[in-house]
Design a protein around this ligand. Structure first.
Ligand code: FES
Length: 274
């Protein structure tokens, strides 16, 4: 490779004192595969969830409620023909200018947007900052997360507590997905909602903020046996956080799609009812 002189006033990888290398990167593997696939999946999720959030219909197929619309703030859930009364709060009539999902999604989306794993994922794939290790970024300046607006990423720890509340609600949705008009049964949708709740718990409990909440700021683990035990559990699943992030993201969209297709009459949920 050719070496280029570090020009005066150069920035980034051209800054004085940095090894001056002309090649864009010396990596010969497919380093672009991660940012490209991340970009594609995240963009697909954003487009789908934006559609689902503004559609404001087909989010309840008795007894299944889409996670995008849970808790159901609308009176619509209970108004679906044949419904035996979904767990709706009924705060939203038709007079709201935004759909209930737009309000509900602030919390899970805020949680994911500020997640340490997703930050790495979208900094690389959307902002190319940098696109991969040992691949220079196109930006001239780097200020990290030390100032506005990225310093706001620190709110992640608070979104974590909101996510716990949502997980409880979605777990409840999974439980009542076995209640078919007062009769206990099981349908494909029941399994879909249970898997959704399990993946969301795994994603949330493996969160770095969770690990810090249970085991952080302790000088002597021996004085805190319960927190030490919890920290050990969380530490075991924490290395898989990225995988849970993807699995729960894809599954939550598939759950909405499954409910949507049933509500629209495209699919007919196979079920066995006692
Ligand atoms: Fe990913 Fe907290 S670090 S959810």
């Amino acid at each position: 490779h050719t070496r280029a002189p570090a020009g005066p006033g150069g920035a980034g990888t051209r800054a004085p004192g940095r090894a001056s290398i002309m090649a864009r990167t010396l990596r010969i593997d497919r380093w672009w595969a991660y940012p490209v696939s991340t970009f594609t999946v995240l963009l697909a999720f954003v487009v789908y969830s934006a559609y689902a959030a503004v559609a404001n219909r087909d989010y309840y197929a008795d007894p299944y409620l889409s996670p995008f619309y849970s808790p159901c703030l609308s009176w619509h859930c209970g108004a679906v023909p044949g419904s035996h009364g979904a767990p709706h709060l009924g705060w939203f009539g038709t007079w709201w200018i935004v759909t209930p999902a737009v309000i509900v999604l602030i919390f899970p989306l805020g949680f994911r947007l500020t997640c340490y794993y997703y930050r790495k994922a979208y900094y690389r794939s959307f902002w190319l900052s940098p696109p991969a290790c040992a691949v220079p970024e196109p930006h001239r300046r780097y200020t990290g997360e030390t100032r506005f607006p990225l310093i706001l990423q620190n709110v992640h720890r608070y979104f974590f507590y909101a996510a716990l509340v949502f997980n409880v609600i979605l777990t409840w949705d999974a439980v009542i997905a076995f209640d078919f008009d007062g009769h206990i049964g099981i349908g494909v949708g029941s399994a879909v909602l249970v898997i959704n709740a399990v993946l969301l718990w795994l994603y949330t409990l493996s969160c770095h903020a969770c690990r810090h909440a249970v085991g952080g700021r302790i000088n002597h683990f021996s004085h805190h046996p319960i927190r030490y035990r919890l920290w050990t559990w969380v530490s075991r699943i924490n290395p898989m956080h990225g995988r849970f992030a993807w699995a729960s993201l894809v599954w939550v969209a598939l759950t909405d799609l499954y409910v949507r297709l049933n509500a629209a009459g495209v699919l007919h949920d196979p079920r066995v009812v006692a």
